[in-house]
Design a protein around this ligand. Structure first.
Ligand code: NAD
Ligand code: ZN
Length: 369
C-alpha cells in the first residue's frame, strides 16, 4: 500500500501518495478525488514510451476515458507560450469540459507546463501530478507553482494551481538517467538541512543507498521531502514572506542560480548540481560568518560528494570567475539594492535569511573555494 501524506494546501487539501506500482492503479486511486472519469494526459516524448502504457492501463481498468494524450518535446524549451497553446488546443479540441482533469506525467518541465495549462484552460481544470523525476517528486510537484519561461527569465509567467492528488511512484525512477537522479538528491539534501537533525542525519546515512536505487530509501526520501516542503509552503502558500516561509527553500539557490547562469542554461551543469555546490557554499559562508559550527561545511560537502554530487566550485570541470558570479548574485531577484541576500544555516533545522551579507566576504569565499 502506498504511504499517504495529507497536505493542507489549496481549497480542499489533497494527498501525496508515495510507493511503487501506483501508475498501474491510477484509476482506482484517482476516481474518488476527481469530478469525472474523463482525463487528458500531458507527457514528454521520452517519458511517454516508458511509462504512459502503465498509466493508460491503470486508468482504463477503472473505467476512465482518456480524451487526449498530448506529448511535448523533452527539455526546458518546452516551457513556453507556443507549447502552452498547442496543449490547450489539443485538450479543448478533444472535447474537454470543466470537469475534465489534466494529468501531468513527467518531470518538472511537464508538471510546470501541464499545471499552467490546467490553471488557465476554461479558467481552471482539476489537475493531477504524476512526477517521474526525483526532482519532480521531492520538489516541483509540491507547492502549487506552475508556469513557463520568457526570454527575459525562467518561470516569469504562471499561476498557483494545486493538484487534486500527487502520485509519486518511486518505481518509475528506475528508468531515470543516474545523473538526473543524483541531481534530484541535491533538493533532498536541502530539505534535510532545512528540516533538522533527524532527516539530515538520515540523508547522510542513506543517501548513497538511495541514489543507488534502493526503493525503501527512495520512498523515505520522497515522503520526508514532501512533508518538509508542504509544511513550509502551507505556512506561506503565495510566497508573501520575504525572509521566512517559502524563501527558506532557496537555501543554496543564490549561489546555485549564479553558477547555472554563468555555465549557461543547457551548458552542462544540471540545476541540482548547481544547487549542490550552492549548499556547500552556503554552509561555508555560514561558518565564516560565525553562524554555525565550523565542522558543518565539511559534513555538508562530504555528504554531497558521497552521493556523487559536486559540492565545491573546485569539483566542477571548469573555472568560474568570482567577480562574474558576484555580479550574477547582485542581479538575483532576491537581492535588494545591491545588498546580498542569502539563506544561511545555524545548523540542520536552523535556516534563516540574511539580507546584509558583505560582498567582500562572499567574494573571498568564492576565490578560496
Ligand atoms: P525535466 O522535466 O526536464 O526532466 C529531466 C529529463 O528526464 C527529461 O529529459 C525527461 O524527459 C527525462 N525523464 C523524466 N522522467 C524520466 C523517467 N522516469 N525515466 C527516464 N527519463 C525521464 O527536469 P526536472 O529536473 O524534472 O524538472 C526541472 C523543471 O522543474 C524546471 O523547469 C524547473 O523550473 C522546474 N521546477 C519547478 C518547481 C515548482 O515549484 N513548480 C520547483 C523546482 C523546479
Ligand atoms: Zn531547486
Amino acid at each position: 500500500a502506498p504511504q499517504t501524506l495529507p497536505v493542507g494546501l489549496g481549497e480542499r487539501g489533497y494527498d501525496i501518495l508515495v510507493g511503487t506500482g501506483l501508475l498501474a492503479r491510477a484509476g482506482a486511486l484517482l476516481a474518488p478525488v476527481l469530478p469525472t472519469r474523463r482525463v487528458a494526459i500531458i507527457s514528454d516524448s521520452d517519458v511517454a514510451p516508458l511509462h504512459l502504457p502503465a498509466l493508460r492501463e491503470g486508468l482504463r481498468e477503472a473505467g476512465f476515458a482518456i480524451l487526449a494524450e498530448h506529448l511535448v518535446p523533452p527539455g526546458e524549451k518546452t516551457k513556453c507560450f507556443a507549447a502552452t497553446q498547442a496543449a490547450l488546443e489539443t485538450i479543448l479540441g478533444a472535447g474537454a469540459d470543466r470537469r475534465t482533469s489534466v494529468i501531468a506525467l513527467g518531470g518538472g518541465v511537464v508538471g510546470d507546463l501541464a499545471g499552467f495549462v490546467a490553471a488557465i484552460a476554461l479558467r481552471g481544470l482539476p489537475f493531477v501530478q504524476v512526477p517521474t523525476t526525483l526532482l519532480a517528486q521531492v520538489d516541483s510537484s509540491v507547492g502549487g507553482k506552475t508556469g513557463i519561461n520568457l526570454s527575459l527569465g525562467k518561470n516569469l509567467v504562471g499561476a498557483f494551481h494545486q493538484p487534486r492528488m500527487v502520485l509519486a511512484d518511486t518505481g518509475v525512477l528506475g528508468t531515470l538517467p543516474p545523473r538526473e537522479l543524483r541531481a534530484g538528491w541535491a533538493e533532498v539534501a536541502k530539505h534535510g538541512l532545512i528540516s533538522g537533525d533527524a532527516f539530515w542525519e538520515w540523508c547522510e546515512r542513506m543517501g548513497p543507498a538511495a541514489v543507488a536505487g534502493d526503493p525503501a530509501a527512495l520512498a523515505h526520501a520522497v515522503l520526508e521531502s514532501c512533508r518538509l516542503k508542504s509544511a513550509v509552503v502551507a505556512a506561506d502558500e503565495r510566497e508573501e514572506s520575504e525572509e521566512g516561509g517559502r524563501a527558506l527553500l532557496n537555501l543554496g539557490h543564490t549561489f546555485g542560480h549564479a553558477l547555472e547562469a554563468e555555465a549557461g542554461y543547457g551548458g552542462g551543469l544540471l540545476h541540482g548540481e548547481a544547487v549542490a555546490v550552492g549548499l556547500g557554499l552556503a554552509a561555508a559562508l555560514s561558518a565564516r560568518l560565525g553562524h554555525c559550527a565550523q565542522e558543518l561545511p565539511g559534513r555538508v560537502i562530504a555528504h554531497l560528494q558521497s552521493v556523487g554530487l559536486p559540492a565545491r566550485i573546485g569539483d566542477l570541470d571548469r573555472p568560474f570567475s568570482a567577480t562574474l558570479l558576484l555580479q550574477r548574485m547582485r542581479k538575483d531577484k532576491k537581492a535588494r539594492d545591491g545588498a546580498l541576500r542569502f539563506v544561511l544555516l545555524k545548523g540542520p533545522g536552523g535556516c534563516f535569511t540574511a539580507g546584509d551579507v558583505p560582498a567582500e566576504q562572499v567574494e573571498r569565499l568564492l576565490r578560496d573555494e
